[in-house]
Design a binder for this molecule. Sequence first.
Ligand code: ZN
Length: 153
Amino acid sequence: MSYTMVEFLAHAIAMEEEAAERYLELADMMEAHNNLEVQKLFRDMNRYSILHRDSIKERAGSIELPTLKSWQYRWIAPTEVGGEEGFDYKLDPYQALEYARENEARARDFYATVAKSTDDDEIKKLATDFAAEEQEHTDQLDEQLSNTIRLQN
Ligand code: ZN
């Protein structure tokens, strides 16, 4: 797949926006579970996503960004808790971390694929940076997962 800069930025903004929204929901869910540690991690992730989205928006400036289809950026929920229909279900902390981890890894893979397949040096540099950032998020979630008790299978 080959992206123009505008398409790439639109995609990145939509992904960060989606991540910000999902992390906010997950943080609220963790509050209901009284899990302050995981709640804090999700609130931090929400903040990072908003900061990242804003910095990409700034870079995009006043150019007109294309509208994307939801399947191009929406997070995918684990099938056992309802697929893509959103959050009318409850995740326990472990499931919530796994869910976030899967989607961070998808974002990382997306950026890594773009970085590998583009001929545009500027897109390659951005995509490489973004992939590294998503790898960091994935690592943070892995670390929290290893400290979190699995309640269900
Ligand atoms: Zn991320």
